[in-house]
Design a protein around this ligand. Structure first.
Ligand SMILES: O=C(O)c1cc(=O)[nH]c(=O)n1[C@@H]1O[C@H](COP(=O)(O)O)[C@@H](O)[C@H]1O
Length: 272
């Protein structure tokens, strides 16, 4: 999907919501466990109930890899279902990959060619030659960790390196990489106050902002400091949406939770 299409979907749906499909068999409603593929059944119900409220879905691959071959099959069925039934939705494989060049190329093929995701998350620690293989894919997006939502973000990312914080150096450096136009960045919603500085380095890039909901990030602050002229934000909530209910009508509860976020986003977008 092109960035242009993503922006027009955001404006059409009045939403920049991304729903995280982080499916844990211990947390899904018990009646689904007797189904042939409980994870896919859960995802399908959530997607069908919320697709009009969200512009993106983000399965975190850990939650699928944890169940081995069966889990990977559930991931494959989920992305196939999204691409076939809701092609206007932006899809994110949250896999946090990145390795030496030839290995990164294989990771990129796995998520862009084989599974046909629109984007994949990557970790920047190994530098330029670990990320450029992802950027070589046309109309695919590589979402690089910049300033993460967790406590450990302060271990390295905010450390001073030659007069500036490390995450700023990462952002600045990445803008010179080949096909940098295909980069988006992850900034945790719990770090909203950093967004103004981040925008001064990458004014036009899309940001994936997880951490609203279960981690306590504030949507209004994220929008205040992080929104650009094209909106430029995808705000993710996983547990706060998908586990809003736990009975046979769980998908209706998820839709209600998604609607609350979408309505807040609509107010923010209308006030621009
Ligand atoms: O890359 C991510 O998506 C990510 C980066 C980050 O800094 N913090 C973060 O929580 N995430 C992911 O975003 C999702 C957050 O889930 P909830 O806290 O349940 O909304 C999980 O899949 C995390 O792995």
């Amino acid at each position: 999907m092109t960035t242009k299409n993503l922006i027009s979907e955001i404006n059409r749906k009045k939403s920049f919501l991304c729903i995280g499909l982080d499916v844990d068999l211990d947390k899904i409603p018990k009646h689904l466990l007797s189904e042939e593929d409980p994870i896919f059944s859960f995802n399908k119900a959530i997607i069908d109930a919320t697709h009009h409220l969200a512009v993106a879905y983000k399965p975190n691959t850990a939650f699928y890899e944890a169940y081995g071959l069966k889990g990977w099959r559930s991931l494959e069925r989920t992305i196939e279902y999204l691409n076939k039934n809701y092609p206007e939705i932006f899809t994110i494989a949250d896999a946090k990959r990145g390795d030496i060049g030839n290995t990164s190329t294989m990771y990129a093929k796995a998520f862009f060619d084989d599974l046909a995701f629109d984007s994949v998350t990557v970790a920047p620690y190994m530098g330029k030659d670990s990320i450029e293989p992802f950027l070589a894919f046309e109309n695919k997006h590589t979402i690089m960790l910049a300033l993460t939502s967790n406590e450990g973000a302060f271990d390295f990312q905010t450390k001073d390196v030659g007069g500036q914080e490390f995450y700023k150096m990462v952002l600045q450096t990445s803008t010179a990489w080949k096909n940098a136009k295909n980069l988006m960045y992850v900034v945790g919603a719990t770090k909203a106050e950093y967004l103004a500085d981040i925008r001064s380095i990458i004014p036009d890039s899309f940001l994936l902002v997880p951490g609203v909901g279960a981690q306590g990030g504030n949507l209004q602050d994220v929008a205040k400091y992080g929104m650009n002229k094209h909106v430029g934000l995808l705000v993710n909530s996983s547990r706060g949406v998908i586990y809003a209910g736990n009975d046979t009508q769980f998908y209706n509860e998820a839709a209600k939770a998604a609607k609350v976020l979408q309505q807040q986003m609509e107010v923010i977008l209308d006030a621009r």
